[in-house]
Design a protein around this ligand. Structure first.
Ligand code: PHE
Ligand code: ZN
Length: 866
């Protein structure tokens, strides 16, 4: 049952961090017994409960839509000592310890929320984070109640030959009537949200890993039999992650088994259930014919992320959901470090920052802004955000920068040692870092409390006579909802100076900590005019404003020795050019064209880096720089600059394109970089309107022996008007119509198209027989992708807004947490002109008027309306 909320009804209660209270009752041991059946699953639970502290309060077991068929206390049916309080089961208990048994029946086949026990493609599986266990059994469903689990699973053997749960399998066997059972025991106490089970007919890619203390771990990745061949990359990533966490953080795996299961219907990327990670199949399955290089990176990154949670999340978990970034920020940082160590660190950092700017900066600047440790929520599912995850990771990275790698590692060791087996807080993490390093992190704690992206102003002045250069820094943290006034935060800024004339490093990189509203830094012995390189490697998650000229930015884009700073200088040059073009209708393209040419033709550079550096910032990012976003003007300005870069550098693009042509597919960093640059070059040739662009793209599409080249070419064709376009889209559809993950790409490619008729196409695709609201991947592929297409979504007619609101309303009936994730684009109305803002607000109001709205959507829509 969903909570029912409309604008007219009482709003859902607000949960506040300051109201945290330790649990009244603990559950050190639990046994769960599942009689599995898609239509009617029986769940028998046996909880050993102990009173926590000196109080007389009853035991309160969370439930969501559950009816207690049996309630037994210490073995006896006790009808008069329990009662229902709304969805919860409340039991008055006399003693300090009791045994509670309950029995309920649930219907996984009808569970469209994909939260709790649900069915996906013939499987039965669970998703319990954050509050799914209450949809399975009565339990204190909060992360600070840690229990040892024994789980017995029983099901029909023909349909469900595989029965998995957390920990290690301890027993099992056959039963009458074609049923069988298995028992699993997890020796590590864990919160409810890490419980999992899977029943189904799956095949495994099996392997093993020997930990550094010599324990052998059986690894298995479970997928549909036909997909086993697509699990090699995930398995390699798993083993690499296990070794990396030993080497880098001293963390060893702790069970005899590690199982991963891939499912097609999943609300998120994956889930770190203890010893039984459950994945969205898009982050497991990869082969050259169906997965792009980006998909391969996603698989490795998410496999690593979930594995790393075994320590940062599972061995040490969160006291309450306000501490979510304790596990997520730290674990994202860890997976970013891992990916940087495995591949190109420079390109990895560029991708981290691009993702942060695309999703977290807008969040921090809008009505849903919240600190990485929020103060209040209505529905915790709404707080699995880019702020908690990605800004959270940046905050951990700043600690790493401020303390240095060695002290950071000592702090992490101390944190794991102190809190192993506990449910901890962000504060305890910072305290461990402080205690281990001796650093004073009092002011740093503001990063946990304040929302909003700080803005830094930086200017450099130079006195040739004295050889002194003075760097003047200032910071301000913008107001966000509920936080009108902010304090200055410590910002670690990596800074270096370069000589304009000689190109030499005048001041090598140093970390300047801007720890007040302003700061001045003096450099001596600076003999020529210095050019400022600042926030190198994106050392602080801030917006930097400088008065660097186009010439200075061009210089840095060609000469800076920090690859991120080089990329950043080019981006800034491009953004400055586009902002002028939008404001005045015209801009000097020459500096950008020259800078792109220099990067493109520099033989010393890694092609993967070149491909990132020469890409124009997205339309949305340009919009973020403007007071009032003008989507068609931004689109026109960006397309004009793209065309100019394409035309002026046609020969260089053709050369880059030819260079990227490989004899045959290979998965290596070099080959990946060349493929990326090749499709970027193709895009510029198409933008230039060269006569053979469509032919080139179609040939690449048709002859490709890998998905990166094929989808890259399809994307270029999809933006154009050639006859080849429709052929390629049809061919792609026919070839992959049986593969859901690839079909998602077909939807996305059309939803992000730059064509004028994109909105019509999206409306048509929503009626396509392969479109479904029930699968979150498909929904994101069409609707999520479309909402990121600034020009199409913000069509002046308001049809894009209406389309999105219709989707929110329809999906909310099935899957509230996924519906709620579609809302933020409508909440950005303050950044648009009055006409668009009015249309956006009208759609938010229309959503809020729907009777029976979930609290997920209610919270996001009402906050978005402001
Ligand atoms: N905890 C998961 C992760 O970050 C994400 C997740 C949250 C998955 C909620 C499902 C539901 O790895
Ligand atoms: Zn995570």
């Amino acid at each position: 049952m969903l909570d029912i909320h409309t604008a007219a009804a009482t709003p859902p209660p607000v949960i506040r961090r300051e109201d945290y209270r330790a649990p009244d009752w603990l559950v050190p041991e639990v046994s769960l017994d599942f009689r599995l059946d898609p239509a009617a699953t029986r769940v028998l639970a046996r909880l050993e409960v102990t009173r926590n502290g000196d109080h007389a309060r009853p035991l309160r077991l969370d439930g969501d839509g559950l009816v207690p068929l049996v309630v037994r206390i210490d073995g006896a049916a006790a009808a008069d000592t329990w009662r229902m309080d709304g969805p919860a089961l409340v039991i008055d208990l006399p003693g300090a310890a009791h045994v509670i048994e309950t029995e309920v029946e649930i219907a996984p086949a009808g569970n469209t929320q994909l939260m709790g026990l649900y069915a996906s493609g013939g499987l039965l599986c669970t998703q319990c984070e954050p509050e799914g266990v209450r949809r399975i059994t009565f339990f204190p469903d909060r992360p600070d109640v840690l229990s040892r689990y024994t789980v017995r699973l029983e099901a029909g053997e023909a349909t469900y030959p595989l029965l998995l749960s957390n920990g290690d399998r301890t027993d099992g066997g056959g039963l009458e009537d074609g049923r069988h059972w298995a028992e699993w025991r997890d020796p590590f106490p864990k919160p409810t949200y890490l419980f999992a089970l899977v029943a189904g007919d799956l095949a495994a890619n099996r392997d093993s890993f020997v930990t550094r203390s010599g324990r052998e771990v059986d690894l298995a990745i479970w997928v549909k039999a036909a997909d086993v061949g697509k699990t090699e990359h995930a398995m390699a990533a798993l083993k690499a992650s296990m070794a990396w966490d030993e080497q880098t953080y001293g963390r060893e795996y702790d069970l005899g088994e590690f199982n991963i299961v891939a499912v097609a219907d999943f609300n998120f990327g994956a889930m770190e259930n203890k010893g039984l990670n459950i994945f969205n199949s898009r982050y497991i399955l990869a082969d050259p014919d169906t997965a792009t290089d980006g998909d391969y990176d996603g698989v490795a990154g998410v496999v690593a992320h979930e594995y790393f949670h075994n320590w940062s999340g599972n061995r040490v978990t969160c006291r309450d959901w306000f501490q979510l970034s304790l596990k997520e920020g730290f674990t994202v940082f860890r997976d970013q470090q891992f990916s940087a160590d495995q591949g190109s660190a420079a390109v990895g950092r560029i991708e981290n920052v691009r993702a942060l700017r695309a999703s977290q900066f807008p969040e921090d600047a809008g009505p849903l802004a919240h600190p990485i440790r929020p103060e209040a929520y209505m529905e915790i599912s709404n707080f699995y955000t880019a702020t908690i995850y990605n800004k959270g990771a940046e905050v951990i990275r700043m600690l790493h920068t401020l303390l240095g790698a060695q002290a950071f590692r000592q702090g992490s060791d101390l944190y794991f040692e102190r809190h192993d087996g506990q449910a901890a807080t962000c504060e305890q993490f910072v305290q461990a870092m402080e205690d281990a390093s001796g650093a004073d992190l009092a002011a740093f704690r503001l990063w946990y409390a304040q929302a909003g992206t700080p803005r830094v102003r930086a200017a450099i002045s130079h006195e040739p006579a004295s050889g002194q250069a003075r760097l003047t820094l200032g910071q301000s943290v913008p107001a966000t909802p509920g936080q009108p006034v902010k304090q200055s935060m410590p910002l670690p800024l990596r800074v270096a100076l370069f000589g304009e004339l000689t190109g030499r490093v005048l001041a090598p990189e140093q970390v300047v900590v801007l720890d007040g509203p302003t700061k001045e830094v003096l450099f001596e012995g600076i003999g020529e005019r210095p050019i400022l390189s600042i926030n190198r490697d994106f050392s602080a998650p801030v917006v930097v404003e400088t008065d660097r000229s186009a010439a200075d930015l061009a210089f840095l884009s060609a000469n800076d020795d920090d690859p991120f700073a080089r990329y950043e200088a080019m981006q800034q040059l491009m953004v400055d050019t586009l902002v002028v073009a939008v404001a005045t209708g015209t801009a000097d393209h020459a500096p950008v064209v020259e800078a792109v040419e220099r990067t493109l033709t520099d033989p010393a550079l890694d092609p993967a880096f070149v491909a990132e550096a020469v890409l124009l910032p997205s339309e949305a990012f340009v919009g973020d720089q403007m007071l009032v976003v003008d989507p068609p003007a931004i689109h026109a300005a960006r397309e004009a600059l793209r065309a100019r870069i394409g035309t002026r550098l046609e020969e260089a693009w053709r050369a880059a394109y030819a260079r990227g042509q490989a004899d045959r597919y290979e998965y290596s960093p070099q080959a990946k970089g060349l493929r990326r640059l090749r499709t970027v070059a193709l895009g510029y040739l198409a933008a230039a309107g060269v006569a053979d662009a469509a032919a080139l793209a179609f040939a690449q599409f048709d002859e490709a022996d890998n998905m990166t080249d094929r989808q890259g070419a399809l994307g270029v064709l999809a933006n154009g008007r050639s006859a080849e376009r429709e052929d390629a889209l049809d061919m792609f559809y026919e070839r992959y119509r049986g593969n859901g993950l690839v079909l998602d790409k077909w939807f996305t490619t059309q939803a992000v198209s730059t064509r004028d008729d994109c909105l019509d196409a999206v409306e048509r695709l929503a009626r396509h027989p392969d479109f479904t609201l029930a699968n979150p991947n498909r929904l994101r592929a069409l609707v999520g992708a479309f909402a990121s297409n600034q020009r199409a979504f913000h069509d002046a007619s308001g049809r894009g807004y209406r389309f999105l609101a219709d989707m929110v309303i329809a999906v909310d009936r099935l899957n509230p947490s996924t519906a709620a994730k579609l809302i933020p684009p409508l909440g950005r109305w303050r950044r648009f002109d009055g006409a668009r803002a009015g249309l956006m607000k009208a759609e938010l109001r229309r959503v809020l008027e729907v009777p029976g709205l979930s609290k997920d959507v209610f919270e996001q829509a009402s906050k978005s309306l402001g």
